[in-house]
Unconditional design. Structure first.
Length: 354
């Protein structure tokens, strides 16, 4: 009897090619990329789990084991939530070395999608002419693809925060765009948030603020007000995150920021992510805020901007007096992970070595 992961949907196509056996898929995958071929070899093996790297955006990258049975459950959950049946036309433009790229391939194999694979770069739609039902991108790819985004019906965005500026641009496209919440340990997203094309203008704010969990996901908060995820279909263990949230209902939450990023400045707790959301109204370059040691305040809030030095006025971004950065630093280039996420600690170290 074939193991579940050794099966694939009869309608599955890869770059327009159909297959009648696993061997045919493995042979064809060599012509696409070594990484895809090696991953598929692993996927179709008799091992019950695969090894996946975490992104390293909030700590040192590590390798974890994910059971194939749970990965298949995740693929089916996405297909059901977004109504993506067999013969869905999908585009893979993310690196296959990380879970988000792997999951696009597994969804296609499991659900019978017609998947096109292109090289992962910062402008994935630049030479694309075909139309697609579904794809996944990181914010930088979305930013660079606005003019051609209408080629995709539904798009999920992960791997970073969608800025207010980018969300404003998304209001002009027909694509239904969703921010995702999840991590490697939850086999990508367990919750999504609609970013545009709101059906009712009165619900715009609600849909804009809150994430909705996928089916079979239970959420609650711990004593730190951090999100706890109980999703047995994709993780055998309960996951205690470092994400501070506000619970809205049994299946809706508002993300406030990272617990390990909270700045205690003179007894006032500041969430950098909320401050950055306000600052994005006036700063177009990439930036972030953080806290550094201060004799008087314990920690003081500073602003770090990528690019050349410029004048910054905080008049028009609704910052409280505590949320206004005490100092501003400029750096030519942020240090990034392989997936393009800003490595804050390393970037700070190059500005303030001590």
């Amino acid at each position: 009897m074939k193991l579940e992961q050794n099966k694939f949907h009869k309608n599955f196509k890869l770059n327009g090619v159909s297959f009648s056996s696993v061997d045919e898929i493995l042979s064809f995958s060599k012509s696409i990329s070594v990484d895809i071929h090696l991953f598929l070899q692993n996927w179709f093996s008799n091992e019950i789990a695969i090894t996946v790297k975490t992104s390293g955006s909030t700590g040192t990258p590590k390798s974890i084991q994910l059971k194939k049975e749970l990965i298949i459950n995740s693929a089916k959950a996405t297909g059901n939530y977004f109504n993506l049946p067999q013969n869905t036309k999908a585009l893979l433009c993310l690196p296959i070395v990380y879970i988000a790229g792997k999951m696009m391939l597994i969804r296609a194999l499991t659900l019978g999608w017609q998947l096109d694979v292109i090289e992962s770069n910062s402008n994935p739609l630049e030479i694309i002419k075909n139309k697609y039902d579904f794809s996944a991108m990181v914010p930088l790819q979305v930013e660079n693809s606005i003019s051609k985004l209408n080629l995709i019906k539904q798009l999920i965005v992960g791997g970073g925060v969608v800025s207010n500026c980018l969300q404003d641009k998304l209001q002009t496209v027909t694509t239904n765009v969703f921010a995702t919440y999840g991590m490697t340990e939850t086999i990508t997203h367990i919750a999504v948030k609609k970013l545009n094309n709101f059906s009712n203008k009165n619900t715009n704010l609600v849909e804009n603020l809150f994430y909705e969990t996928l089916p079979n996901v239970t959420i609650y908060i711990d004593e730190r007000n951090c999100l706890v995820i109980d999703a047995k279909k994709v993780s055998e263990e309960i996951i205690f995150t470092n994400d501070v949230v506000q619970l809205i209902s049994d299946n809706h939450f508002k993300w406030l920021g990272r617990f390990d990023n909270v700045i205690n400045s003179g007894g006032v707790k500041l969430h950098p992510e909320k401050i950055e959301e306000k600052l994005s109204k006036i700063i177009t370059n990439r930036f972030f805020v953080t806290g550094i040691t201060d004799d008087k305040l314990g920690e003081k809030l500073i602003l770090i901007i990528e690019g050349i030095k410029q004048e910054i006025s905080f008049e028009n971004c609704s910052l409280s007096k505590f949320e206004k950065p005490k100092e501003i630093y400029f750096v030519s280039n942020f240090i990034e992970t392989e997936t393009g996420k800003i490595q804050r600690k390393l970037t700070i170290q190059q500005i303030l070595p001590n």
